[in-house]
Design a protein around this ligand. Structure first.
Ligand SMILES: CC(C)(COP(=O)(O)OP(=O)(O)OC[C@H]1O[C@@H](n2cnc3c(N)ncnc32)[C@H](O)[C@@H]1OP(=O)(O)O)[C@@H](O)C(=O)NCCC(=O)NCCS
Length: 176
């Protein structure tokens, strides 16, 4: 059976069997995701097979304080704090790992962030890495560790928008 396109998490989705190998991300999906979405804290998107969730991500607005930003997003005379977007969660079920679910979700999330920033602003996308391996996943995708915490990484939304534009113009590989 085909895996769905990304869609908003609802009570109809079955998250009970989800396992990405990182207990904190499994627990968040099972205990927090739906209520966070209903309260407007986080927009949670899932892909599923017959309603069984195989991957998800969570997006939220956020701000960052001066001094935690890398040079690349410190240009100009930014407001304090700086409006940003947060990709707080990204996970794929480990039983379906390496099939492109995580990459597909990330591509979808990046496109939504660029669209959102074009409507309401936002200087950078911040990613919360669950561990060092995840931080490496983000640095390979152009994110830069923040000054205070190597598990919080940032990439400017202008940079992400440019990579999407160049990827759609030159190949089907998706944003780098
Ligand atoms: C990272 C993750 C979302 C990838 O999903 P996936 O569907 O297996 O991945 P894809 O098939 O789309 O692509 C494989 C990529 O994931 C990376 N990956 C696989 N397992 C990973 C893990 N446990 N941690 C970090 N990256 C991982 C691979 O190295 C590869 O990245 P590369 O192209 O830079 O080499 C998934 O492994 C996962 O949920 N890991 C646990 C949670 C996590 O680390 N989330 C990342 C943000 S906190």
């Amino acid at each position: 059976m085909a895996i769905s396109e990304p869609e908003p998490l609802t009570a109809a989705h079955d998250v009970s069997g989800f396992s990405c190998g990182k207990p904190s991300l499994d627990r968040w999906l099972k205990t927090r995701a739906l209520s966070n979405q209903e309260k407007g804290f986080t927009a949670v998107m899932v892909v599923h097979q017959a309603n069984r969730v195989l991957g998800y991500y969570g997006l939220a607005p956020t701000v960052v304080l001066p001094g935690t930003r890398p040079r690349s997003i410190r240009t100009g005379q930014p407001p304090n704090p700086v409006p940003c977007l947060l990709l707080g969660q990204l996970a794929a079920d480990q039983n379906y790992g390496g099939k492109g679910i995580g990459t597909g979700l990330l591509k979808h999330a990046l496109q939504r962030c660029v669209t959102a920033a074009s409507l309401i602003g936002g200087r950078a996308l911040i990613a919360n890495a669950v561990d060092v391996k995840a931080a490496n996943f983000w640095t390979r995708r152009g994110f830069i560790p923040s000054k205070d915490d190597p598990l919080i990484l940032l990439r400017s939304l202008a940079d992400i928008a440019a990579s999407i534009t160049s990827a759609s113009g030159s190949s089907s590989r998706g944003p780098s």
